[in-house]
Design a protein around this ligand. Sequence first.
Ligand SMILES: Cc1cc2nc3c(=O)[nH]c(=O)nc-3n(C[C@H](O)[C@H](O)[C@H](O)COP(=O)(O)OP(=O)(O)OC[C@H]3O[C@@H](n4cnc5c(N)ncnc54)[C@H](O)[C@@H]3O)c2cc1C
Length: 136
Amino acid sequence: MDDIAIIGSGPAGYTAGIYAGRASLSPVLFEGLESGGQLMLTTDVENYPGFVDGIMGPELMQVFKGQAERFGTQIKTETIDSIEKLDNGFKLTSSKGEYLFKSVIIASGASARWLGVEGEGYQFWVYSWQAVLWVC
Ligand SMILES: Cc1cc2nc3c(=O)[nH]c(=O)nc-3n(C[C@H](O)[C@H](O)[C@H](O)COP(=O)(O)OP(=O)(O)OC[C@H]3O[C@@H](n4cnc5c(N)ncnc54)[C@H](O)[C@@H]3O)c2cc1C
């Protein structure tokens, strides 16, 4: 049985990976369908400390991922379908198999609720600046 599973590969999941890895817990992180999470859908992230000129969302997530991997986080491209509580831990099931862990961090985030209107969010690239509606 491994020490710790992390479900989700957004900022919260990778942050958990960095901390658990630094604590020598050999975390296993399940990415889910949206590798990198919601920030993969955006361009400039300007409110994240440490980046004076801002950073592109996908680039920021690549940095998060690299930092988590540096401390030993093992990343699996799988979606967890169910979690079962056992006496001594948890059983996680994906389409690729079953895994046993002593503890689980759920960092499954959210999905933006799109309005479905023209020029919305990540469609930035095909519309002009003036036509874009930001999601946050
Ligand atoms: C277009 C856009 C622009 C944004 N711009 C900014 C910005 O500039 N600044 C800012 O501060 N915030 C911004 N946000 C908000 C920011 O992206 C979120 O607050 C942040 O991503 C939340 O991080 P998280 O780790 O909690 O979850 P998320 O980023 O939502 O990641 C969730 C993760 O969980 C995984 N997951 C879900 N279910 C499962 C499962 N069953 N098994 C395995 N994995 C699973 C998904 O694959 C995903 O990797 C923006 C959001 C969007 C959509």
